[in-house]
Design a binder for this molecule. Structure first.
Ligand SMILES: Nc1ncnc2c1ncn2[C@@H]1O[C@H](COP(=O)(O)OP(=O)(O)OP(=O)(O)O)[C@@H](O)[C@H]1O
Ligand SMILES: [Mg+2]
Length: 470
């Protein structure tokens, strides 16, 4: 130890103080260590060596302290010359309270630093430490929420609920889309989760910490669309703002631009959008200069774009530009096997926001399966919410509670097999089988083991049949 303080320190007082305090600190602490100007270990006492689990303390002398204690902040102390009087350091899942001090030579140059482990047993500090941990956790959660808010996204892939073959295929393609920086076209009826999926793809992509900017083409008046997309330079037209206004393309720079209801885009704007996508360049309104942009476009529509191509209301060149990777989200009526898990997820969300603990019976789920869901999952959510508020015994939804709120008119009419025209027997058998499997899955809320049991077949046979029909 003695050579550590043969240097004269910054001032006589500092030096004397440290020299006087050192033995006390060393003895009272659970460990002490010293490093030189380059953060290499010059000394370590035996209690610290033991705490760190070092067999032979002399082995670490001369080694960079980071190599021996990865979480150490001693390099920072020698670098900045600022002491870290109180810090909590984690080592091998153990929390150590440490203090670190720089020390100087006569010319006031830093020659190294010493550190003491004040406590290795945080038992007496438990309330403080648990508060620290809680704050740490809260901070991490708040940071995450903030980052999400900054990006403007709420959903990730886990929020797209469903375990049916069709839903799994949607998720598989979404993951594929997240991994590649290409345009994506989302097709699906209203309420099938296009917005959920667009955000989820962005969140899982390399652009996740850049903005996600959505623009609903159908909601913006036609004469404002161009400015909305490409921005406006000051004084571009009479009444235009004197300040420049950024368009969605600029706002999404580096991130993702979500073009919702892209089928509602007027033809002149389609041409401009095509150019922006092709050249990566945009021209703000009133400007004669082009600006380059880097955005990934995810487009969505509930319209039949192919029919629009045929009638000339959607440009085919734009269609092929947008449709590099197509994800078609099936309507709820085609994946009724997901009703059970969807109900659970939605009830979970609704329960949380209403502060009640709600559930649904198997019969309740079966009742939902009788409806054809033109509004898809959005409508399912509304129905469940309404059933909960109307229901007398409130928190457990059974078939009756569901029937009370389901629109009766559009109940699905499964035509009995006998009334359909005569077709090859194999087709009729296959259809009857598919229908039976679907009904079993609905009844069992997507639980395949139970569905197989109901159908009197093995689980593997059920999987085989599902694979064939999907
Ligand atoms: N797979 C899903 N899992 C869980 N919730 C879903 C799913 N799909 C949709 N939802 C919920 O349904 C509602 C509607 O979803 P979303 O807004 O993504 O639909 P959309 O396809 O964009 O509809 P629209 O064409 O009407 O804009 C949202 O509340 C969303 O949380
Ligand atoms: Mg939408």
């Amino acid at each position: 130890m003695s050579e550590l303080f043969t240097h004269k320190n910054k001032s006589g007082l500092t030096r004397n103080l440290i020299e006087a305090l050192f033995p006390m600190f060393e003895e009272a602490s659970a460990g002490a260590i010293a490093v030189d100007r380059d953060a290499n270990i010059t000394w370590i006492n035996s209690s610290y060596a033991q705490l760190l689990g070092l067999g032979d303390p002399s082995q670490v002398i001369g080694k960079p302290v980071r190599k021996v204690i990865p979480q150490t902040r001693m390099p920072e102390v020698v670098e900045t010359g600022k002491p870290l009087l109180l810090d909590i350091m984690e080592h091998n899942q153990q929390q150590l309270v440490v203090t670190r001090l720089p020390y100087y030579d006569e010319q006031d140059a830093i020659v190294g630093a010493v550190a003491f482990v004040l406590y290795d047993d945080l038992q007496p500090l438990t309330p403080l430490v648990s508060k620290y941990r809680r704050l740490h956790r809260d901070l991490a959660a708040a940071r995450k929420a903030l980052a999400r808010k900054a990006r403007n996204t709420r959903y990730s892939l886990g929020d797209f609920v469903g375990g049916s073959p069709a839903a799994l295929e949607v998720k598989r393609r979404a993951r594929l889309a997240a991994g590649r920086d290409m345009p994506v076209l989302l097709l699906g009826e209203t309420g099938t989760g296009k917005e959920v999926l667009a955000q989820a793809i962005h969140t899982a992509s390399g652009r996740a910490d850049k903005p996600f900017v959505g623009v609903n083409v159908a909601a913006v008046p036609e004469n404002l669309l161009e400015a909305e997309f490409f921005g406006v330079v000051p004084g571009a037209y009479t009444g235009a703002d004197r300040r420049a206004r950024e368009g969605k393309f600029q706002l999404a720079s580096g991130g993702t631009l979500f073009l919702d209801e892209v089928g509602d885009m007027p033809l002149p704007l389609q041409a401009k959008l095509l150019r922006a996508l092709q050249e990566g360049e945009i021209e703000p309104l009133g400007s004669n200069k082009v600006a380059t942009v880097d955005v990934r476009v995810i487009a969505a529509t509930s319209r039949n774009l192919e029919a629009m191509l045929a009638e000339g209301s959607f440009r085919s060149d734009l269609y092929y530009r947008l449709n590099v990777l197509e994800i078609s989200i099936p309507p709820l009526r085609d994946r009724l096997a997901d009703l059970g898990v969807l109900c659970e997820a939605l009830l979970g969300e609704i329960s949380e926001s209403h502060g009640v603990r709600a559930d649904i019976t198997d019969a309740g789920v079966a009742a939902l399966a009788g409806y054809d869901w033109p509004g898809n999952i959005r409508e399912l959510r509304n129905v469940i919410e309404r059933a909960l508020t109307m229901g007398e015994d409130g928190e457990l939804l059974d078939a009756d509670a569901i029937f009370k709120v389901l629109p009766r008119t559009s109940h699905r009419q499964l035509s009995p097999l006998s009334t359909r025209s005569v077709r090859p027997l194999a087709r009729i058998v296959a259809e009857a089988e598919a229908q039976a499997i679907e009904e079993a899955l609905v009844t069992c809320r997507g639980n395949r083991t139970r569905a197989a049991l109901l159908l009197g077949i093995s689980r593997s046979v059920l999987y085989e049949k599902l694979a064939k029909t999907s």
